[in-house]
Design a protein around this ligand. Structure first.
Ligand code: BGC
Ligand code: NOJ
Length: 813
């Protein structure tokens, strides 16, 4: 069952039933100021950091769900309704929510009154615009009342929901010219305030929650809305809010527009005050003047559309499959950019409090957005690398506001360093900018310890070879990519977190076959980079380690029908046919297959066949099989999850592309694309009621075949799934792959495809690539004609003769 439809022309998903199976959200904002917004206008905004600069309150895991947002109430006679349906939930004559690229447009109509609210964050602006258009669609005059509501968060989102003994005393506001200013703690150490403004005279306001709502009323029945008047209350402590109140009259056909702004202002210490106790409002006034008319708002929306069109234009496909087109051209790219902005911090499943930017996550995310914003990718790489330690290990996370490593989470995830090689080489291949390698980059944020970024790659590589176990396979450390395979944790105490508790790595023999495969793939990448840079000695040195790892995988990593997953603390096998549960895992089979790839290698084909046989299900490829049915102290968090959920046997969508990539390497295009379609949101729109999360973005996990409810997804939006699927489909299935000195064309597609076209903007040059498949093969390029001339290889050279080039590729054996 569906709850809306894709409007590809407008690049929107249109929700037509507000009671979606879960709040279906969108993100507003592009640089520093961000908002999350649901299809019923729930959500919150923050400046840079969702924990420390939260503007307004949102109630996670509340009942009803999705409470807190930017609400509008209309009181029309005795009827009270909200254009976004929530919080009042009065049924309307019409409802639609259009989630577009960086904006959300919600429209409601009841009793001949239409209310359309446009929410977006203009480029380079630290505020959210909320434009309310009211229209009398009937033939009689209409008089009604409008109330807005925002509940302020007292900045630190965690403190705000715990430290009540203090916080009920600190709230402060100011009001001037239809603007409500929130200035809690501004008197002391904060140099920032927020405001909620409107560009028309209001008829009243409220800033104290209890005065507006009534102590015992919910968001759906604020006392003052029920009574049809405001109290002009001034908050002193308790819970400050911003509510504007209007009495409006509209003639038949008449329209009225009100522009609200939820803004954020930061001031230097010496400019904080206008006079004693009165905040300096000049910057806020300037922000208000930027969007005080409909025309200015329209122009900002056009700029936003241009911005997104430009970002998406770098890779556009035209195929006969409209679902593929909409994933590749619009939604998958969009999700990659959002994930770049948020990492794993703020979604409807990530509270914005617990998590900073992950070292491995941010590096992997890069492969999904580097073509869109290469300059920002460059900065991101340097920020990430700056949190590395001299021995190549690194902080697992850093905080976006300070860009410093996060001590609370610590270090010791032994896969982490390798992802820096992926991130950096992906950046250079996209841009050709080798200069990044000579950037001087600190270790542990200490500039006195700076070395070149290239040196950071070297220590990343070396960290693996300096931490080998008894089988000469990489020691796993705290965990590898699978954060829940905690082989050195042995936790008995429910009050400790598997993720942060002290690990017993001393004397451990726990080795990871996933890191082994990863090392061969990105170690080889490092070797190739060294060769390209003519650092031959280093290339030879590194190559010998990569070769040794290949040998170790072959010798100690093969279980007979698939690759082992790991050895535990004591040196016992994990992910082996000998095990009762968790006999086979996806990660090591993906990475070792990529590592040992060779068309003749029987192991790779066998491993991928085993993946198909044991791990594939209707909803994607599950992580491990059979799922663990009890807690294994020597395995850790993985066995804490019920069967079929999260790291214990769900379709953990992040890793499915690893198999798609391996399948396309060995040329099985039908299989690769079949896996792709199983989890790509546009293809499963019809089962939205089961799938539950947004049909336009990937979720982290879909309950697997051993689960109570297979097919149900969780953790949508912020997941490495976005980047990996984008990478797999664009570079391995559609097969357009940037390299240091050109664009490789090497598709691996379903045999039924006749062809497709890709427009690829690569290093400022547009390549119009037409792929023809007359022989209905999956893989193999027979001929490439580049601007009318035959090419010798399947690599399109980097040329700047024209701004546009035509490439015709014929597949065949
Ligand atoms: C989750 C993992 C996540 C880890 C770190 C675990 O509870 O299952 O998916 O990577 O926490 O936040
Ligand atoms: C989510 C985390 O963000 C990521 O770092 C980890 O690799 C996966 N979960 C798998 O555990």
């Amino acid at each position: 069952m569906k709850y809306g439809f894709f409007d590809d022309e407008n690049k929107e998903y249109v929700i037509t039933d507000p009671a979606t199976p879960y709040p279906w959200i969108n993100y507003l904002g592009n640089h520093d100021f961000f908002s999350l917004i649901s299809n019923t206008s729930g959500g919150y905004s923050f400046y840079k950091d969702a924990k420390y600069r939260r503007l307004n309150r949102y109630r996670y895991n509340n009942t009803p769900t999705d409470d807190g947002g930017r609400y509008f109430y209309i009181k029309d006679g005795d009827t009270i309704w909200s254009p976004g349906w929530k919080p009042v939930k009065t049924s309307m004559d019409y409802y639609e929510c259009r989630h577009g690229l960086g904006y959300t447009l919600i429209k409601g109509r009841k009793d001949n009154l239409e209310a359309e609210v446009l929410y977006f964050v203009p480029l380079h602006f630290t505020g959210e615009i909320q434009r309310v258009k009211l229209k009398n669609t009937g033939s009689e005059k209409k008089s009604f009342k409008l109330f807005s509501l925002i509940e302020w968060a007292l900045w630190n989102a965690e403190d705000d929901m715990t430290n009540f003994q203090r916080n009920f005393n600190t709230g402060e506001v100011e009001i001037e010219d239809n603007v409500i200013y929130h200035k809690t703690e501004y008197r002391e150490r904060r140099n920032h305030y927020a405001f909620h403004s409107v560009n028309h005279d209001h008829s009243g306001f409220d800033t104290d929650r209890e005065s507006f709502m009534g102590l015992y009323n919910g968001f759906h029945e604020p006392k003052n809305v029920l009574n049809g008047r405001s109290s002009n209350s001034i908050a002193h402590g308790w819970s400050p809010i911003a509510s504007h109140y209007f009495e409006i009259e509209l003639k038949p056909g008449e329209e009225k527009t009100l522009i609200f702004i939820l803004g954020y202002v930061e001031l230097p210490e010496e400019k904080k005050w206008e006079s004693k106790g009165i905040i300096n409002k000049a910057p806020a006034r300037e922000m208000l003047s930027m969007y005080d008319s409909d025309e200015k708002v329209d122009r900002a929306m056009m700029d936003l559309a241009d911005y997104w069109n430009e970002l998406l234009s770098k890779y556009q496909i035209e195929s006969r499959d409209s679902k593929l087109n909409r994933m590749v051209n619009i939604w998958n790219q969009y999700q990659c950019m959002i994930t770049f902005n948020m990492s794993r911090s703020a979604s409807y499943f990530e509270s914005g409090i617990g998590r900073g930017m992950g070292f491995r996550d941010s590096n992997q995310d890069l492969i999904g957005f580097v073509h869109q914003v290469p300059d920002r990718a460059r900065q991101r790489i340097i920020d990430i690398a700056s949190t590395q330690f001299l021995d190549g290990s690194c902080y697992h996370q850093y905080q976006p506001l300070t860009k410093k490593g996060n001590n609370a989470i610590g270090s010791g995830f032994n896969d982490d360093p390798l992802w820096l090689i992926l991130g950096t080489t992906a950046y250079i291949k996209e841009t050709g900018d080798f200069s990044i390698l000579s950037e001087s980059v600190p270790f542990d944020n200490d500039t006195s310890l700076s070395k070149s970024l290239f040196d950071h790659l070297t220590v990343s590589f070396d960290h693996v070879i300096n931490n080998l176990g008894p089988h000469k396979l990489p020691l796993i450390g705290r965990a590898d990519w699978n954060d829940c395979l905690n082989l050195n944790c042995f936790s008995k105490d429910p009050n400790e977190s598997f993720q942060t508790t002290e690990n017993k790595t001393e004397g451990s023999r726990a080795e990871s076959l996933m890191i082994a495969g990863l090392f061969v793939v990105y170690g080889q990448e490092y070797v190739n980079l060294c060769k390209f840079l003519k650092k031959d000695d280093e290339a030879n040195r590194a190559q010998s380690h990569v070769d040794e790892m290949r040998i170790a995988i072959n010798k100690y990593g093969w279980d007979g029908e698939w690759f082992l997953r790991a050895y535990d603390f004591y040196g016992n096998k994990i992910g082996s046919n000998e095990n009762e549960e968790g006999k086979i895992f996806i990660e090591s089979n993906g990475w070792c297959s990529m590592a040992l790839f060779d068309k003749e290698d029987k192991k790779v084909i066998k491993a991928l066949d085993s993946v198909k046989k044991y791990l594939d299900c209707d909803y994607g490829i599950i992580l491990n099989y059979p799922s663990f049915t009890k807690y294994y102290i020597e395995l850790g968090e993985i066995s804490t999850y019920p069967e079929g959920y999260k790291e214990n046997g769900s379709v953990f969508c992040h890793n499915n592309p690893w198999i798609m990539i391996a399948e396309s390497m060995i040329g099985r295009g039908d299989q690769a694309f079949d896996y792709y379609k199983k989890i790509a949101p546009a293809y499963i729109e019809d089962i939205s009621d089961l799938h539950k999360t947004e049909p336009y973005v990937y979720a982290q996990m879909i309950a697997g075949k051993d689960a109570y409810k297979p097919g149900e997804a969780k953790n949508s939006w912020l997941t490495g799934t976005a980047a990996w699927n984008y990478y797999a489909v664009t570079q391995f299935i559609l097969g357009i792959k940037p390299d240091y000195d050109g664009l490789i064309v090497d598709p691996c597609i379903p045999t039924s495809w006749e062809g497709y076209k890709v427009v690829r903007n690569f290093r400022g040059v547009v390549y119009e690539i037409e792929i023809k498949n007359p022989d209905k093969v999956s893989k193999g390029v027979k001929k490439i004609v580049f601007d009318g001339k035959n090419l010798e290889s399947n690599k399109i050279p980097v040329v700047k003769r024209e701004s546009k080039h035509k490439v015709i590729v014929t597949m065949g054996n």
